[in-house]
Design a binder for this molecule. Structure first.
Ligand SMILES: C[S@@+](CC[C@H](N)C(=O)[O-])C[C@H]1O[C@@H](n2cnc3c(N)ncnc32)[C@H](O)[C@@H]1O
Length: 303
């Protein structure tokens, strides 16, 4: 089953303003947001450049967007590569950039990808099969202190030191290769109602590290800023507070008065993050943690 797109109504509301424009979907996934966007801009000549780091996502999106094939261009790219590889500097700036961060739900449900602590599988967690670092390598090879810091930094896990110590102790006897092994090590040291949350946070922290997600986001947002036209929109949906902090900081750093001298700045359209409606949260539990922030590019012309 394809991914259920999150906050589609709000994405369309904040992103679309120029129906004949070209938009960049930086997190194409199954192409479900792009499909909703193309339904609106397609008849007006608008188009989409769809990017994803995962080649399987591009295949899936290609099939889901087959009705709009003349109005989409798809390319394999991380946020970090987007600037040098994809965004053509000679082309007109874009009308909008969409980032729907996180994971495609089909990846989460696939045991072989090792993202979920609810399914036993290899401890992999790579969004792209072309990447080298896996979660198994981190838990087996990283020094205990580095592991504890990583767990804390990427998920605010308060038992990070205890968990890193348990991992370091376990791996002296056995290598850690599966999601259930890691889950059980954490269960061994965190008790009571906290333990499931700790497992979820540790899995999140490892996934962020494997895919270098925070650095990716920090590189992707300025690339979007560089290539937005005046009036263009930046829309970001994040799924945990660490990502949201980065997005919030980026919008704040690029609004007035900080950017007044450059004559190019962001007008924040969402003073507070927009949350999914209660209806959406009940139909799609994966949307519960979503927070959407949006901004409009303002370029002051001197002429
Ligand atoms: C939540 S899914 C997007 C779902 C999509 N909006 C839809 O409606 O079908 C996030 C997608 O972004 C991709 N992704 C995450 N981080 C990325 C990065 N740094 N560079 C490129 N793609 C990334 C993932 O591979 C995944 O396919």
């Amino acid at each position: 089953m394809p991914h259920i797109p999150v906050m589609t109504t709000e994405v369309l509301e904040y992103l679309l303003w120029d129906y004949a424009g070209k938009y960049v979907d930086c997190t194409l996934g199954d192409g479900m947001h792009s499909k909703a966007i193309l339904r609106i801009i397609g008849p007006h000549g608008g188009s989409i450049l769809g990017l994803d780091r995962d080649p399987r996502a591009l295949d899936s999106a290609r099939s889901n967007l087959s009705n709009h094939i003349n109005q989409v261009e798809l390319a394999l790219s991380t946020f970090g590569e987007m600037e040098s590889k994809i965004l053509d500097k000679k082309e007109k700036p874009y009308s909008g950039f969409l980032f729907d961060l996180g994971l495609n739900s089909s990846r989460l449900k696939n045991a072989d990808d090792g993202f979920s602590y609810m399914i036993d599988g290899p401890l992999d967690m790579r969004m792209s099969p072309h990447d080298r670092l896996t979660a198994a390598r981190i838990v087996n090879d990283f020094p205990e202190k580095q592991l504890a810091d990583l767990l804390f930094r990427n998920s605010d896990e308060r038992f990070s030191r205890k968990i890193a110590k348990a991992i370091a102790g376990y791996r002296q006897k056995n290598s850690i290769q599966t999601t259930y092994q890691l889950r059980d090590i954490i269960y061994g040291v965190v008790k009571g109602y906290q333990r499931l949350k700790s497992v979820a946070r540790c899995f999140q922290a490892l996934r962020i590290a494997v895919n270098n997600e925070l650095e990716e986001l920090k590189n992707g947002l300025p690339a979007a800023f560089m290539h937005l036209q005046s009036g263009g929109r930046l829309v970001v949906i994040s799924y945990h507070s660490i990502e949201d902090r980065i997005v919030k900081g980026f919008l704040r750093d690029n609004r007035l008065p900080r950017r007044a001298a450059e004559g190019k700045y962001l007008k924040i359209l969402t003073p507070k993050p927009v949350r999914p409606t209660a209806d959406e949260q009940s139909v799609n539990p994966a949307a519960r943690s979503a927070r959407l922030r949006a901004a409009e590019m303002v370029i002051v012309s001197n002429g």
